[in-house]
Design a protein around this ligand. Structure first.
Ligand code: HEM
Ligand code: HEM
Length: 497
């Protein structure tokens, strides 16, 4: 209020907006919203900020990229390719890299942000997996997140196919082969997507529309709903003094969380920009333009799709012929297993609720060691993903380690079954061991390293009781429901079993 009793300019502007948008009520309700504090909550923010970087850099790239497969003869600054015939898409990518101001930096920033984005999503997902935040009422939000991951994988694939270089063309050949292996409709699907015989003239333009419009649009909408649902459900928190299933302990959104989040955005942006400035990624000029009769050696997809490639590479080349039609099982089985692997993690919350019968609400997070089976399953899933990733680079592994490619392929074939099983058993045992250590700590306190000699000559180590906060944290896990004995007539040992 001004000295004359008239509201000041700021207050009048705020009033104007409040009268039309209800900003005051909304602000009062949500700006003081409490956010718990834990480093792992930053993983979701890394996904969010790298997505923002992708959109900003992507829009810049659209200003110069020509999504066309029309053939042109290159006459640009990169002299080794002068006079070479190539698609307009490839030529414009060379222009972005060599002639557009800041173009190479922005291209590299876009590509690095894409890699970090998917890595962020996978780590964020696994942190929610291991701590059980996907349980009721957050199963739907888990599914939204999972959908974001699924779309992100394809968004990346479509993106790196755009420059139409020899590497991305080899990837497209892979996609074409995968589609052809689908029984009955495979040829139709391939023709439909590529607009005719491979490689056709349309695929870059089609992927372009999907890449810059449809998928980012759907993803942006999903992210908004995902984050709104976090606000609606309230954030989960780790157990600790004063934290219960009914409250949230932390700092208010405004100003504490907003200041931290704002700073973190610039940190993520800065690190990505540094990576883009110092580390070359996807130097398409050195691969050359795509030609259907050529293939580059050591061709790899971006890391997040390496596991799908691994599935195909380690599969024996099985084929069967039925009623005059060839079924290419060597490709078809892997392309069925690839989504199933992801689907398992997507529907996991529902499987867990079904098998454990835990259908009530959870707002306190689990320590992974207190859920040995879930932790074991998560670790096994990650080990499978990594083994298949190694399979996707079997040629690189073989040449770098001077091994035969057959040895690497067989090692991956065996490891994809044996390793997850071993990882599950070992992780479960480690969790149980850690539980015992917690129990020891709670009951007998912390070892101080001080050895005391008792009057009768015995040596003992002095233990120090834990403080109350730590005691609370270590004992705050959910107890399994008591097992109730069924009212059965007594059985003698001979009768039982
Ligand atoms: C989730 C989001 C996205 C991911 C994962 C992603 C990923 C990629 C990748 C890996 C490339 C290849 C870059 C290279 O040449 O090395 C690419 C290219 C491209 N992206 Fe994206 N992108 C995303 C969002 C967007 C958005 C929102 C736009 C535009 C509005 C966009 C526009 C482009 C363009 C024009 C290219 C071709 C230019 C070039 O390759 O130099 N992208 N994208
Ligand atoms: C574009 C991708 C994504 C963005 C921008 C994003 C963003 C966020 C943010 C900012 C939060 C709150 C802070 C936190 O707990 O980390 C969150 C929570 C959550 N996210 Fe994501 N996320 C993405 C992908 C995923 C994926 C792939 C999954 C799992 C499949 C997932 C599952 C969840 C769950 C279950 C929560 C709620 C956690 C709670 O209330 O404690 N999100 N997400």
């Amino acid at each position: 209020m001004s000295a004359a009793g008239r509201p000041g300019r700021g207050e009048r502007i705020a009033d104007w907006f409040d009268g039309r948008l209800g900003t005051h009520t909304l602000g009062r309700k949500y700006l003081r919203k409490v956010f718990p504090d834990h480093w792992s909550f930053l993983l979701g923010e890394i996904c969010l900020y790298s997505f923002v970087v992708l959109v900003l850099t992507g829009v810049y790239l659209t200003l110069f990229f020509h999504p066309s497969m029309n053939e042109v003869t290159y006459q640009g600054s990169y002299t080794p390719l002068n006079g070479v015939r190539m698609s307009e898409a490839y030529a414009s990518t060379l222009d972005i890299s060599f002639d557009v101001r800041g173009g190479l930096l922005i291209r590299q920033l876009h590509h690095w942000a894409a890699l970090v984005f998917v890595a962020g999503m996978l780590t964020h997902m696994m942190r929610h997996f291991f701590t059980g935040s996907f349980r009721k009422p957050r199963e739907v939000n888990w599914l939204f997140g999972w959908l974001l991951l699924f779309l992100g994988l394809f968004e990346g694939l479509f993106g790196y196919s755009l420059p139409d270089d020899l590497l991305s063309g080899t990837g497209l050949r892979f996609v074409h082969g995968a589609l052809l292996s689908v029984p009955i409709v495979g040829t139709y699907l391939a023709m439909f997507l590529f607009g005719g015989e491979f490689p056709g003239d349309d695929i870059v333009a089609r992927f372009y529309s999907l890449h810059v419009l449809l998928i980012p649009g759907v993803m942006a909408a999903l992210i908004v709903v995902h984050v709104l649902l976090v606000v609606y459900h309230k954030h989960t928190q780790f157990a600790g003094p004063g934290r219960t299933e009914r409250n949230v302990v932390g700092a208010p959104f405004m100003p504490v969380y907003l200041a931290k989040a704002g700073g973190f955005f610039f940190l993520v942006f800065g690190v990505l920009a540094l990576m883009a400035a110092v580390a070359t990624i996807n130097p398409v000029w050195s691969y050359g333009p795509y030609r259907a009769d050529q293939v580059s050696t050591g061709a790899q997809p971006d890391w997040y799709l390496g596991f799908a490639e691994g599935l195909v590479r380690i599969m024996p080349g099985w084929e069967i012929t039925l009623w005059g039609h060839t079924l290419v099982l060597g490709v078809f089985i892997p392309i069925v297993v690839f989504p199933l692997l992801l689907l398992f993690i997507g529907v996991y919350p529902f499987l867990e609720a079904r098998f454990t019968g835990a259908r009530h609400e959870h707002h306190l997070l689990d320590r992974p060691r207190n859920r040995p089976v879930r932790t074991g399953i998560g670790a096994a899933w990650i080990s499978l993903y990594l083994v298949l990733l190694a399979g996707g680079g079997n040629d690189i592994v073989a040449t770098r380690l001077h091994l035969s490619i057959n040895t690497v392929t067989w090692a991956v074939r065996i490891a994809m079954f044996a390793l997850p099983a071993a990882v599950f058993v070992v992780t479960r045992r480690i969790c149980l061991g850690l539980q015992l250590r917690d129990r020891e700590l709670v009951l007998h306190g912390r070892e101080t390293g001080v050895i005391k000699r008792l009057p009768h000559g015995e040596y003992v180590e002095v233990h120090e009781p834990l403080d109350r906060a730590r005691l609370h944290t270590l004992t705050a896990h959910e107890r399994p429901p008591e097992l109730v004995l069924r009212n059965e007539p007594d059985r003698t040992p001979e009768q039982s079993g």
